[in-house]
Design a protein around this ligand. Sequence first.
Ligand SMILES: *Cc1c(COP(=O)(O)O)cnc(C)c1O
Length: 560
Amino acid sequence: MMKIALGNDHGGFKIKAALLKLLRQRGIEVDDCGTFDTQSVDYSDYAREVCERVVDGRAGRGILLCTTGTGMAIAANRFSGVRAAVCDTPDRAARGRSHNDINVLVLAGAIISPEEAAAIAAAWLDTPFDGGERHARRLQKIERAGRLSEIALLGRADPEVHAAIVGHTVQEDTTINLIASENYVSRAVREAQGSVLTNKYSEGYPGKRWYSGCRFVDDVERLAIERAKALFGAEHVNVQPHCGSSANMAVYFAMLQPGDTIMAMSLDQGGHLTHGSPVNFSGRLFNIVSYKVSERDERLDYDAIEAQALACKPKLIVAGGSAYPRTLDFTRFRAIADRAGALLMVDMAHIAGLIAGGVHPSPVPLADFVTSTTHKTLRGPRSGLIICREKYAQAIDKTVFPGLQGGPLQHTTAAKAVCFREALQPDFRDYAAQIVANARRLAEALSGHGFRLVSGGTDTHLMLVNVGASGLTGKDAAAALDRAGIIGNKNAIPFDTKSPFVTSGVRLGTASATTRGMREPEMERIAGWIAEVLNHVSDEALQVRIRQEVAGFARAFAVP
Ligand SMILES: *Cc1c(COP(=O)(O)O)cnc(C)c1O
């Protein structure tokens, strides 16, 4: 039986005994939040006690009593997830349950008798929510409006920024996001990220800070570290890097001197900017030797990588990338690093969620360093992390702070901790498996429509469509898809002959769509739209029509 939190002010005290009696008779456990006499108090304090319990799950439902009900109802409905209403008859209470799923009943001590209060509460307890499609849809709309109410005060303070955020919210709702490096975080992650922890300076590490007042951010950072260790089976974790790039920078700076040799997959083959691109610090400060995929099957050729490593004797080998759709063989990378006398760093930025969810092998037992973002398949806030062997812990921590960064972003650390907790739940494994299943189906369906995929398909969440083979450029293809409400990105394909601003590829990923609950049938539908758009890239009328269809389709899959 659910527990009920009950709160009242002095004006509601008069009908309280009748309600307690009713609840006791029903054998319902009551969390009585007070007040316990008729001395004047502030109703808002009691509304808060009760609603916090309902929102965080300590109580299943709540009852609030005051003089007229108005103040309590206003206060209660400020809590998202609370549906409070003042009821003055049993019929209103029953309809409020069945139609509106009232979870906080508000009663007016000055207007109804104790007997009436008990009868109203009994009707409210006895009536289930009818769960019908019409009522459920309306309630879901209320919850989704919550995403806008989170920023409602910003609307008054700064209408321009507010308008941009509202615009983006609507864009999320009405488009299909296939950007492989993006995801939609949970409301819990957003709340942590938007919290007061942004106010706190905490240079240093938990228990060893330069500033006072770090008790709670110490708790947050310790939680993030412990959860990340549990999630990935790590010896040591640093959760302070602001992003994936600074995580990579920290490993390079901790272990290498400028001019040392790093071997990594080049950007145009599927690597990342920080893997040695000449326009990035990595390419400017270190001697980069790039490895490629094989021209034959567009997959990594480990024998060739080994021969290259033995020839150039790198200090560090980097495995991982941003546009490589196939499973990485970390065992083989470890063996190559050992033979070449190199350290091994795995950059799992894209696949961290797949690794956490058990659908891609883990590099953690094999690599000296594992770096990651937390915002791609891992579905956390925009940030980074470093995992390393215990023997490198001090060198890494010292390099992150004070070597590269000042104060950590503890609101983001909190959001990372929430993300790791979510990823530790059993249903995250289902999520990760569904991402991969969706990517497979999308890849098969696109192949079925005649498109060539780099390496023939995917083992992960992402795929590279060789639109050059269909006579298009990546740039034109991505722009046409965008006009149709399908958001991906142009991307170089291995051995691309076009400039990086034009390219011959489009990169697509399924992590965001999977978060919205889209599955294999939706992937086929999306592939159909993609094929239609790409087969007629200059037909703008078609794009407008598909844009409308996509908006209706997308709205049916709620963004968290
Ligand atoms: C996304 C990505 C990064 C960098 O992430 P930022 O947070 O944008 O700095 C690093 N490495 C790889 C392989 C990536 O895909």
